[in-house]
Write a protein that binds this ligand. Structure first.
Ligand code: 5AD
Ligand code: SF4
Length: 489
């Protein structure tokens, strides 16, 4: 991709003298120009300090953020940094999440910790990016209480990271660049993937749903889809590099393609992605129940590559609360949808997200949610205590639920979720299933960790040389949410 770099000498207009060092206007050439410039800064600083410069990207939050961090890492690597997992690094960047307040608090905790390290190593640089930075109150707090931070940017201009990195090297003061929104999508920037054999792929950005509790539409902006040809080209490139499993990412993948010049449905995109040789497994995340089409169910049912897993956030089982959440489906519609999916794809695993303690929620509402969990028999559910996010409609609703009441409902729900999940997972006991081997087990190095098509984890003895391969595993022992097994002969 180096060939995209336009060179440092560009002409302005015929007859004018060439201007030294002028960055190109068009993307991604502009960013490749700044990557080269960063390389010089990194080289100079590492000479000055007498060691190769290290960088660490610390990620909070969802799969989208994990993918963004791979893009940041790709640029850091190209700029000459050695990547490390340690926050002792010369440059640390925190990719933040703000979906619930505890994510914010964790970031402030890390900042306190990194400040003490910076006192010992004054050359250390610190950057912040991601969803939390799109909130003006956060920026104010950092400007007053965390003045040692060198660089801050948001979710809309992450593609400009190389340019911002240069600005950081060329300024002594805190560099802050936050955009309110964008419709720009920049393709073909470098990426450094965490796993060689599997990869996330953004298919769309932002969200237009405005669920009343959720801050995402405010911090990630309006929904915009990448063009299918760009997505498919990226998948082909990944397949050529040895990737066997892809995860298509968007806040609401079921509305993919609606606003494109030539509209296309998510199901159609999946059909095309399936044709690509080398790709053995396709996952996607997240589906909104209101937009899940029969066409998608059919494509999944007839596919060998699309994984037997659907993450379908319920949020609440009470129609009254769902309405206040602006989810645009009822309890009965959700149940009917889950039933339709289970009858068409019997081996599917259904997982969900549930919020407890939304304003106005009563014990009876929580019982409705528990009723849905029992009826749908989720294979797993992520349960969250409602977190009040400033700027969302729910934050100013009356009847905010006291913390103790929410916690009591949460505990009741959690025990029901655990019970149904254990039963669901148990039905696989004794079966032999294909698992993609992901890593050596971090507690017991004689074991490998693999992932089944339905997203369930299995640990089994085997050689690390199998990492990245799909192998058949007998599921011997159910340990709640995961299995212990052995490779099938
Ligand atoms: N409080 C608690 N949970 C929330 N989520 C989103 N916003 C909030 C909030 N304000 C949960 C939803 C969503 C998941 C990613 O996070 O369940 O599906
Ligand atoms: Fe938030 Fe709802 Fe959009 Fe999901 S669909 S990101 S919960 S607003």
């Amino acid at each position: 991709m180096e060939d995209r770099f336009d060179g440092k000498v560009t002409r302005t207009a015929p007859g004018e003298a060439p201007m030294q060092d002028r960055p190109p206007q068009e993307e991604p050439a502009r960013q490749y120009y700044f990557i080269e410039k960063c390389r010089q800064h990194v080289l100079e600083e590492s000479r000055r300090l007498g060691h190769p410069l290290t960088a660490s990207v610390v990620t909070f939050g969802c799969q989208m953020n994990a993918r963004d961090s791979e893009k940041l890492s790709g640029i850091l690597e190209r700029a000459g940094y050695a990547l490390t997992d340690s926050e002792e690094a010369d440059f640390v960047i925190y990719n933040t999440c703000t979906v619930r307040d505890n994510a914010n608090q964790r970031v402030y905790g890390r900042l306190g910790f990194v400040h003490s390290m910076k006192k010992k190593n004054p050359h250390k640089r610190v950057a912040l990016c991601g969803c939390m930075m799109q909130e003006p109150s956060v920026i104010e707090k950092i400007k007053t209480s965390y003045r040692f931070v060198n660089l801050i940017f948001g979710t809309h201009n992450i593609f400009k990271f190389a340019e911002l990195l240069c600005a950081m090297y060329e300024n002594d003061r805190m560099v802050i660049d936050i955009w309110k929104d964008t419709d720009q999508i920049v393709e073909e920037l470098p990426v450094s993937r965490k796993y060689p054999f599997k990869s996330g792929i953004n298919i769309m950005f932002g969200c237009d749903n405005f669920c009343s509790y959720c801050i995402v539409p405010y911090v990630r902006g309006r929904e915009r889809s990448r063009r299918p040809e760009d997505i498919l080209r990226e998948i082909r490139t990944l397949a050529a590099q040895g990737v066997v499993e892809i995860m298509l990412l968007g806040q609401n993948v079921n509305s993919y393609g609606r606003h494109l010049e030539r509209p296309i449905s998510f199901a159609q995109l999946l059909r095309e992605a399936e044709q690509i040789d080398g790709i053995e497994r396709i996952r996607f995340m997240t589906s909104h129940p209101k937009d899940l089409s029969d066409e998608l169910i059919e494509v999944m049912a007839s596919s060998d590559k699309i994984c037997r897993h659907l993450h379908l956030p319920l949020q609440s089982g009470s129609t009254r609360i769902l309405q206040a959440m602006n989810r645009r489906y009822t309890k009965e519609q959700y149940l009917a949808l889950a039933e339709k999916i289970r009858s068409r794809i019997p081996d599917i695993s259904l997982t969900t997200d549930i919020i407890v303690g939304f304003p106005g929620e009563t014990e009876a509402d929580v019982e409705e949610t528990i009723d849905v969990v029992r009826k749908v028999r989720f294979d797993n559910a992520f349960t969250f205590l409602y977190s009040r996010r400033t700027g969302t409609p729910a934050a100013t609703m009356e009847d905010q639920v006291p913390r103790e009441d929410a916690q009591a409902g949460f505990d009741r729900l959690l025990s029901c979720v655990q019970e149904t999940a254990r039963e669901q997972v148990a039905r696989l006991s004794g079966q032999t299933q294909a698992a993609l081997v992901e890593e050596v087990n971090d507690r017991d190095p004689s074991l490998l960790t693999g992932r089944l098509s339905n997203n369930i984890i299995v640990h089994f003895p085997g050689s690390p040389s199998l990492i990245g391969r799909i192998v058949n595993v007998e599921l011997l022992e159910n340990r709640g949410f995961y299995f212990v097994g052995r490779m099938a002969p």
